[in-house]
Design a binder for this molecule. Structure first.
Ligand code: GDP
Ligand code: IMO
Ligand code: MG
Length: 445
């Protein structure tokens, strides 16, 4: 049975949580494949707002099994806390429903200290990371010195491994970054406690996935971050250290490309970015402030994880075409269309001006991108409230024209147009899905 991948097409925070939750209604397995607790995925169910960092956004339906794949880096403290908090809110997060890959790497306190220290040493040139230890943990994974969830299963050996690792990293913290050392015994003791709590969740998630696919179950792969933050394909070095793109789902979960049928690119109706790095359509004016919101509404553009205000600007169509290319999108989900309501004119960047030359494709270098000036198309806005729209025909003509233009740039139809944070505040378009998909029996069976 086919797998669906949900991928961010911008710099993260596109609304992947909401779209994952929607599609999870008809999935058996929902699996996170990259990133760590740098992610913040918001799901709104009625009056309840859930901000998920590591647990897949499919957890809010009772029928799903949720996997945290090998491509994810896991802070055991955050995961334990998230499990506890969800359980307190009545969500079933038992090991029968939530499974953690034995191959997932663990974020250690020294990774967090090193993330902060590296950022500090970069001064003005800093990346603006979430300081969750993401880069150092993936760095250790590539250097083959990381600790994995599997290590938590043998408590005595784990304590020894943690202690030795802290001692080794203390040398780096002290000698290179002039930072205070961590107490190896305290960290080992604390991590032994996390290991005891998390061990029941640790399993071979690739095998679980494989068996589910063989049994004809439907799998939903949830990306974190976005295409432009991808380590290989993003605006390097202003990127995260994982593979948020559709291809990342394969390595980050351990299954083959033949199973993937749908690749849903989540496209926010305008552009945002948190942290440093070039963003050609950034608006440092009142329109930018208007897109961001004041912070009073839960959906205003302030980081779910860090609370930082997000940089806002017009939709970058050059970057969207690029995201469509990198991910092979079969369809898109446009989110936050309602936020554009009330703007007299809406702009879309369709090309860049780089030193007097027109660029139609996304440059490989962040230095070139930093010099790119957006070439805009202007579209008339609309003033009608669209949060009640449930079909494209409910949209004012100007909003519909905007949707059509976004579809054109992405070279894919919009399967969803989201007009508010709630589950119901969505235009669902079944016809955007392929014929084969339509023949698949929907959940519940
Ligand atoms: P993610 O990281 O991609 O899952 O996105 P975030 O959860 O960080 O940010 C998206 C924010 O927009 C959340 O607060 C969502 O509840 C909210 N949201 C999603 N879709 C819509 C929409 O169509 N309209 C509005 N107003 N808010 C939305
Ligand atoms: P979700 O899944 C937006 C950004 C950081 C920084 C860069 C590197 O909610 O879309 P890192 O801590 O990963 O080393 O930081 O990546 N970043 C995100 N921006 N949404 C996210 O996740 C992000 N996760 C990381 O702001 O610029
Ligand atoms: Mg987010």
């Amino acid at each position: 049975m086919p797998a669906t991948v949900i991928v961010g097409t911008q710099w993260g925070d596109e609304g992947k949580g909401k779209i994952t939750d929607l599609l999870a209604a008809e999935a058996h397995i929902v699996a996170r494949y990259n990133g760590g607790d740098n992610a913040g995925h918001t799901v709104t169910v009625g009056e309840d707002i859930f901000a998920l960092h590591l647990v897949p956004s499919g957890i809010l339906y009772p029928h799903t099994t949720c996997l945290i794949g090998n491509g994810v880096v896991v802070n055991p403290r955050t995961l334990s806390r998230e499990i506890e908090e969800l359980a307190k809110r009545g969500v079933d997060v038992s090991p029968e429903r939530l499974k953690l890959s034995a191959r997932a790497h663990l974020i250690m306190p020294y990774d967090i200290a090193l993330d902060g220290a590296a950022e500090k040493s970069l001064g003005e040139g800093k990346i603006g990371t979430t300081k969750r230890g993401i880069g150092p943990t993936y760095g250790d994974k590539a250097a083959r010195v990381g600790l994995r969830s599997w290590d938590m299963l043998d408590e005595r050996a784990f304590v020894e491994k943690v202690r030795a690792a802290v001692e080794a990293k203390n040398a780096v913290l002290e000698r290179i970054y002039d930072q205070p050392p961590l107490n190896p015994y305290e960290v080992a003791e604390e991590y032994a406690d996390f290991a005891a709590r998390l061990a029941p969740y640790v399993t071979d998630t690739s095998l679980v996935l494989h068996e589910a696919l063989r049994a004809g179950k439907r799998v939903l792969c949830e990306g974190a971050q976005g295409t432009l933050l991808d380590l290989d394909h993003g605006t390097y070095p202003f990127v995260t250290s994982s593979s948020p793109i559709a291809g990342g789902a394969l390595t980050g979960l351990g299954f083959g490309p033949r199973h993937i049928e749908r690749i849903v690119g989540v496209v926010k109706a305008f552009q945002t970015r948190v942290g440093a790095g070039p963003m050609p359509t950034e608006l440092l004016d009142e329109v930018g402030d208007r897109l961001r919101g004041t912070g009073e509404q839960p959906w205003d553009e302030y980081g779910t994880t860090t609370g930082r205000p997000r940089r806002c600007g017009w939709l970058d169509g050059v970057a969207l075409r690029y995201a469509a290319q990198i991910n092979g999108l079969t369809e898109i989900a446009i989110t936050k269309l309602d936020i554009l309501t009330g703007l007299e004119t809406i702009k879309i960047c369709v090309a860049y001006d780089y030193r007097g030359e027109r660029l139609e494709s996304f440059p490989a270098s962040a230095e070139v991108l930093a010099e790119c000036r957006p070439i805009y198309e202007e579209w008339p806005g609309w003033s009608e409230d669209i949060r009640g729209a449930r079909a494209l025909s409910d949209l004012p003509q100007a909003a519909l024209d905007y949707v059509r233009r976004v579809e054109e740039l992405a070279d894919a139809s919009a399967a969803f147009v989201s007009v508010g944070p709630g589950r119901q505040e969505t235009i669902r378009r079944q016809e955007a899905r392929s014929k084969r998909q339509m023949e698949v029996q929907l959940w519940p069976e």
